[in-house]
Design a protein around this ligand. Structure first.
Ligand SMILES: C[S@@+](CC[C@H](N)C(=O)[O-])C[C@H]1O[C@@H](n2cnc3c(N)ncnc32)[C@H](O)[C@@H]1O
Length: 329
């Protein structure tokens, strides 16, 4: 199975050489009986969720992140997910979702990704089992234009908790924004600071996220997975809703974003994925994360606005180092 395609010099999409595949595959886990947490922690389980969910240990998960197939006909590797009517999708979702609830610790948080089509079905299930705390909407930045409809440019993430008592660290997810109207009081900046890159204010995060970029070819986190989530998005969720050494579970881990960001932020992780190709991406990214802990758009404990000067400068420096680009370009 060759996973390395010829790519242009600027293209930083993760490449896996054929020679690497056997050793990467040997890191994957397959299970067929009840497991203890120590057996599956910091691993990628290469099996369909439905096949193994009853083998997972109970009450050990601090944060559950779910990015399931949305209700669209779409091919993931060798398997096609077929669009259903809303009621069927709700039943499908609830079928495996109920089996994840016993795995949660009492103070656990749960985040579920959706688009506008499946959001109501997911909400119906979530409200039966959990406390819904909020709905985050994030701007996808890119989206295909439609002649007879509004361009589909946003997604939802339902934020829920198992009980009313839960961990939430707002300080860790503050946003650094450019100041448009730099008010001063007694000639001193009001709530903002002057830096070498301009005037910035540190703000509390809202449930509308406009600072996220979908991974694309010039980003070092990019893979060929068709619906890869950005590391920056996972970083916000993991920082806000888990502590160091907590356990984060992603039952549809795809290219591994959740596991990789958990590792970069010193959390434990468990990823489940039914496609071997995506499990291999996950493990390759985990290997890279052993030495590279950077998360694009998150520096010095704050999240920077999309395309902020600092972000661009840093990226240009990296491109320069890698490809010897002329920095004036
Ligand atoms: C929306 S994608 C998740 C993408 C992921 N968040 C990322 O950043 O790469 C859903 C993933 O679930 C996988 N999947 C679909 N059905 C599954 C099942 N029954 N068990 C395990 N994985 C499944 C698909 O192969 C796909 O990679």
């Amino acid at each position: 199975m060759s996973m390395s395609k010829e790519k242009k010099a600027y293209n930083r999409t993760i490449k896996i050489e054929d020679e690497e595949i056997p050793s990467i595959k040997s890191r994957l886990l397959q299970i067929n009986s009840k497991q203890n947490l120590e057996d599956i922690i910091n691993k990628t389980i290469y099996q369909p969720l439905e096949e193994i969910v009853n083998f997972l240990p109970e009450e050990c998960i601090d944060l559950l992140f779910i990015d399931p197939p949305y209700n669209l006909s779409k091919k993931y590797g060798n398997t096609k997910f077929n669009e259903m009517n809303n009621n069927e999708y709700e039943k499908w979702f609830e079928g495996w979702f109920v089996k994840l609830i016993p795995l949660l610790k009492e103070e656990a948080s749960v985040y579920v990704c959706c688009d506008w089509r499946n959001s109501s079905a997911v909400f119906n299930v979530l409200q039966s089992y959990l406390n819904i705390q909020n709905r985050i909407t994030w701007e996808r930045e890119k989206g295909r234009g439609a002649l007879h409809n509004w361009k589909n440019n946003s997604e939802d993430i339902w934020f829920c908790t198992k009980s009313k008592k839960y961990y939430f660290d707002v300080e860790s997810v503050k946003l650094k924004r450019k100041v448009i109207a730099p008010y001063k009081i007694d000639n001193e900046p009001k709530d903002w600071e002057e830096t070498e890159d301009g005037k910035f204010r540190i703000t509390f995060p809202s449930n509308l996220w406009t600072d996220i970029s979908i991974p694309f070819w010039s980003m070092p986190e990019n893979t060929d997975h068709p619906t890869q989530k950005p590391e920056k998005l996972l970083a916000k969720i993991i920082l806000a809703s888990s502590k160091e050494n907590d356990v984060v579970l992603d039952p549809f881990v795809g290219s591994g974003t959740t596991s990789v960001v958990a590792k970069k932020l010193n959390r434990n992780f468990i990823g489940i994925e039914q496609e071997e190709k995506y499990c291999i991406y996950t493990e390759k990214r985990l290997l890279i994360a052993e030495t590279d802990k950077t998360i694009q758009g998150y520096f010095n404990g704050v999240f920077w606005e999309r395309n902020s000067l600092h972000d661009q400068k840093k990226e240009k420096m990296k491109l320069h180092e890698t490809f010897r680009l002329d920095l004036k370009e």
